[in-house]
Design a protein around this ligand. Sequence first.
Ligand code: PHE
Length: 443
Amino acid sequence: MERGNFGSKIGAILASAGSAVGLGNIWRFPTECGSNGGAAFILIYLVCVFFLAMPVMVAEFVIGRSSRSNAVGSYRVLAPGKPWVVSGFMGVLAGFLVLSYYSVVAGWTLDYTYESLVGNLMSGADFGQYFADFVASPWRPVLFLSIFLLITHYVVATGVEKGIERYSKIMMPLLLLIILVLAVFSLTMPNAMEGIRFLLTPDFSKVTKDVVISAMGQAFFSLSVGMGTLATYASYFNKETKLLPSAIGVCTIDTMVAISAGFIIFPAVFSVGVSADSGPGLVFITLPYVFQEAFGTVPVLEYMFSGLFYVLLLLAALTSSISMHEISTAYIHETFKLSRPKAAAIVTAVCFLMGIACSLSFGLWKDVTVMGKGFFDLFDFITAKFLMPLGGLLICTFVGWDMNKRIVAQELNSRFTSLLMILFSWVAPIGIGIIFVYGLISG
Ligand code: PHE
């Protein structure tokens, strides 16, 4: 079967960075950072990114490019008959689960984009009430969730180069530009310094083991590692793409975007005097107030700022959802020999049904719980706390201990190969293992 390929190195990096940069950076990072004490969280997060998550990313690149196969198929090529393939199946499962609940939040974003562009999210509204009513509605979020999934479906069904690469090349630069404009806006607001201080002055008394667990979960989620997403993308890399520099590039872009999101949100939040630890509502409830407070007297600015912000969030979500979709689509397409659009249709349909369950868990199905959690929280818990770290652990261990050393060295083609081998074999598995076990024990 003819396999897709990214046409260029820059396309490969932008698509991977597109996968990494998403709601995780702009919605989840500020939320986690705000509730875990600010600067100290950022420092621990950075350690997790560079010592734990980045090695997993490089390992995924090695697996994907050397096998030229999907998340499951790659283990069948590289380690036939060995149990590592379980980690591939875990990745496909995680792909379905993450995409289902991610599309719900992306659907909210789509609604907010629409509402701010038509001018409904403007001064005077009760944003807390608006959000509560909206997410609890049995049909509105489902409508937006399905539109979002259909857009994702379209890009994935169109193919690797014509779909994923082409749209990433348009959306990623646009996204970086919008971030820059918004950060300048935000930093010039009165009292912005308070927000900057919050981001730059670490308070280590706030650091508990939960903060460390959250920081690692955030690093894995944000970099899209541990479930074969980037292995799948790397299977479309050409031979000239350098794996380590690409991974460093993707991690740097992702981290810069997350921190910039902090620099957009916290100066604005402090400027209007709302609390930094207001949780998941930070972006959907607090920010509209911030826009109103900041620009209410100049409606054009309020309109522009909020419109731009939600468009940004939407673009970021889309390049990530495409990559989650691709894990399962590539698997089904290659394993069951279905055409790409047909494979994509199966993934879209399943995620649509599971997405409805996640969406309803905010309203109609609030009381339907499994292990004490509604579907949305359950899917988030299973993936971020269980499948992704465990997947990352297996991926590193496989490349560090079991994979053919010559192939690994050939793929890496770097003078840092021995250092990377230490990271794959020791540092990452032990670090991830310890935090993973703690996370499980503390629930
Ligand atoms: N990294 C994406 C984000 O930050 C989320 C994601 C997770 C994408 C797992 C793919 C796989 O939003």
